[in-house]
Write a protein that binds this ligand. Structure first.
Ligand code: GLC
Length: 533
C-alpha cells in the first residue's frame, strides 16, 4: 500500500549541531586497549580517533567510565567525579576530549542518576544508621512490596545492620537514589556541572524515566502468565519535573545536547519526554529494538515516529543492551545489513551507530556459564538453577538474557598482541576476528566499512538528509520509499527489501547511490537527488 504522511514539524526546523550529527556509541570496556590489561582505555581510544574521524561520525557517546566496581560494567557508579583506573585518569579523559574536539567530533557521556553502586560513599554512609545524614539519599523500608528487579528476582535487599531493606531496580549492588530528597537533585546538578566544565557536549541519561520521584507506591499487578507488569515503579509523576531541572542545569552551558534512555518501546510513553524543556531526543526503542526483521514493521514504526514525535526521533539498530544488528535483524545477510544502514542514515532522525556495526560484527554467544560476564545473564542463569532447571537449560535461559552478545571487543586486526587477545580481554573475542576486522576491510572498497563511510559522507554532505521533511513516506511490497525535501532539494530514497522491481527515474535526477535498474538480486538501494521544480 502506498501512503504518504504529513510532517509533524516545521521544515525550517531550528538548526542544531546534533541534528547534523551521526553518533557512534563506544562501549567503554570493549573498544581499544592500550596497556594489555584486556579492557579498553582512554589512551587506546585516543589513538583510534583518526579511525573514528575517517568514518565521518561527528559525535561519540561514551558509556560510563566513572569509578565503579563494574558489577554492571560502569552503570554502577561508585564515584561520579573520578575516572575508573581501568580506563585511565582525568588527564587521559581530557586528552581524549581535546583530541576529539580538534577533529570536530563532539563527545556525550552516559550518566546514571537512577542509582549508584552500593560502594558509593553516599550509600556506605546511608546504611550505617537510620539517622545518618545520607540515610534518605536512598530508599529504605521496613517492609518490601512486590516490585521486582529488571535484572530478575526481588528489588529489595535486607540489611541486618539497621533491620531495613533498600530498593534496587537493578542488581543488589546498585541501590536506587531517592528522588524525593532535594539533596539528591543538588548533588546530581553538581555532577553535571563538573563534567560540563570539562567540556563534554552533552549527556545520555540512563533509564531516566525510572527515577523514584514519588517513593514506593502500590504493588505492581501481574499479567496472565504470572509476570510482573511494571506499572508503579516507572514513569512516576515527578519524573518530568526532575528532567526539567536537569535540563535547566545543562542549559547553564551553551549548545549542549541530551538524549534520554526511556525504558519503553511504546511511542506514547517515549514521546511525552521529548520537548524543549525536557529531553532533546529519546531513544526510539519502538523502532530500534524490533526483535525480528519485518520491512512492514520498520515502516510502521517510521510512520508512527513521524506522526507522534514533536521533534527528531533517533535511528539505531544496535547498542550494548541488544543483540547486534547483523545477527538480529539482518540474520547475517550482509545485503540486508547494508540496507538497514541505508535506512538508519537517510531517514529523518538522529542516527546512532553501535561500534563494530560498521564492519558487520556479529553476536557473541557464550558456550558455557563461565563465559557469561553480563550481570543480567548471570542472574537469570542462577534463578533458573534455583527453579530446578538443569545446567544446559539454565545456560539457554542465561544466554537469552545475556547482553554480552554485542559486547565482545572491537575487531581491529588479527594481531593478538594488540591488547584484545582471547586470553586477555575481559570477555572472549568473537572467533571470527581473524577474518572480520577493520584492517582487512579498510583496503576493500566493497566492504561494509567502505559502504558505511560512503553513506555517512552522503548524510554529512546533504542538508536534505539532515533537515529534510518527508514529502512522501510509503511502502509497497516491502520496498520503503521516502522523499525528503529541504529548501530547493528533494532526495528520493528507495530501499527494497522485497522482490526485484523497476523504478522510473524522475526528471532532473542526479543519482547519489545505487542503480535505477531491475535488479537480479532481491535488493535495490537507490538514492537520488532532484531539484524541486
Ligand atoms: C541502562 C543501560 C544498561 C544498564 C541499565 C542499568 O538500560 O543501558 O546497560 O544495565 O541501564 O543502569
Amino acid at each position: 500500500m502506498l501512503s504518504s504522511c504529513n510532517s509533524n514539524f516545521e521544515p525550517t526546523a531550528e538548526k542544531q549541531w546534533w541534528k547534523e550529527t551521526v553518533f557512534y556509541e563506544i562501549y567503554m570496556p570493549s573498544f581499544k586497549d592500550s596497556n594489555g590489561d584486556g579492557y579498553s582505555d582512554f589512551k587506546g581510544m585516543t589513538n583510534k580517533l583518526d579511525y573514528i574521524e575517517s568514518l565521518g561520525v561527528k559525535g561519540i557517546w561514551l558509556t560510563p567510565f566513572f569509578k565503579s566496581p563494574k558489577v554492571d560494567n560502569g552503570y554502577d557508579i561508585s564515584d561520579y567525579l573520578q575516572v575508573d583506573e581501568t580506563y585511565g585518569n582525568l588527564d587521559d579523559f581530557n586528552t581524549f576530549i581535546t583530541e576529539a574536539h580538534k577533529r570536530d567530533i563532539k563527545v556525550i557521556i552516559d550518566i546514571v542518576v537512577n542509582h549508584t553502586s552500593t560502594d558509593h560513599r553516599w550509600f556506605q554512609e546511608s546504611r550505617k544508621s537510620k539517622d545518618n545524614p545520607y540515610r534518605d539519599y536512598y530508599i529504605w523500608e521496613d517492609q518490601a512490596n512486590n516490585w521486582e528487579s529488571f535484572f530478575g528476582g526481588k528489588a529489595w535487599e535486607y540489611d541486618s545492620l539497621t533491620s531495613q531493606c533498600y530498593y534496587h531496580k537493578f542488581a543488589i549492588e546498585m541501590a536506587d537514589l531517592n528522588w524525593q530528597n532535594p539533596k539528591v537533585l543538588e548533588e546530581v546538578q553538581d555532577v553535571f556541572r563538573f563534567w560540563l566544565d570539562l567540556g563534554v557536549d552533552g549527556f545520555r541519561l540512563d533509564v531516566i524515566n525510572f527515577l523514584t520521584t514519588e517513593g514506593i507506591t502500590l504493588d505492581n499487578p501481574m499479567d496472565e502468565n504470572g509476570k510482573q507488569k511494571h506499572i508503579y515503579d516507572l514513569d512516576q509523576k515527578g519524573v518530568k519535573q526532575a528532567m526539567k531541572t536537569i535540563k535547566e542545569t545543562i542549559n547553564e552551558y551553551d549548545n549542549r545536547f541530551i538524549v534520554g534512555e526511556i525504558g519503553s518501546d511504546k511511542i506514547e510513553v517515549l514521546k511525552q519526554y521529548q520537548g524543549k524543556e525536557l529531553l532533546d531526543v529519546v531513544f526510539n526503542f519502538n523502532f530500534g529494538s524490533i526483535p525480528e526483521f519485518s520491512a512492514q514493521r520498520l515502516f510502521d514504526e517510521l510512520q508512527s515516529m513521524e506522526s507522534n514525535m514533536s521533534n527528531y526521533p533517533t535511528l539505531f539498530f544496535g547498542s550494548h543492551d541488544m543483540p547486534r544488528l547483523h545477527s538480529r535483524l539482518a540474520e547475517e545477510n550482509p545485503n540486508r545489513a547494508y540496507a538497514l544502514a541505508v535506512l538508519m542514515l537517510t531517514a529523518k532522525g538522529v542516527p546512532f551507530i553501535y561500534f563494530g556495526e560498521e564492519i558487520g560484527m556479529k553476536n557473541h554467544i557464550a558456550n558455557s556459564f563461565d563465559e557469561i560476564r553480563d550481570v543480567q545473564g548471570v542472574t537469570n542463569y542462577h534463578l533458573a538453577i534455583e527453579e530446578g532447571k538443569t545446567a544446559e537449560e539454565a545456560l539457554i535461559i542465561g544466554n537469552k538474557h545475556n547482553r554480552d552478545k554485542s559486547r565482545s571487543p572491537m575487531q581491529w586486526n588479527t594481531d593478538t598482541l594488540a591488547g584484545f587477545s582471547s586470553s586477555k580481554s575481559w570477555i572472549p573475542l568473537n572467533p571470527d576476528y581473524e577474518t572480520l576486522n577493520v584492517a582487512i576491510q579498510e583496503n576493500d572498497l566493497e566492504s561494509m566499512l567502505s559502504k558505511y563511510k560512503q553513506l555517512i559522507a552522503l548524510r554529512n554532505s546533504e542538508p536534505a538528509l539532515q533537515y529534510g521533511d518527508y514529502e512522501k513516506l510509503s511502502i509497497q511490497d516491502d520496498c520503503i520509499h521516502f522523499i525528503r525535501t529541504y529548501n530547493d532539494e528533494k532526495i528520493n530514497v528507495l530501499i527494497n527489501f522485497g522482490k526485484p522491481m523497476v523504478f522510473d527515474l524522475p526528471e532532473n535526477a542526479n543519482i547519489l547511490l545505487g542503480t535505477p535498474m531491475l535488479q537480479t538480486d532481491d535488493l535495490l538501494i537507490f538514492i537520488l537527488s532532484q531539484t524541486k521544480p
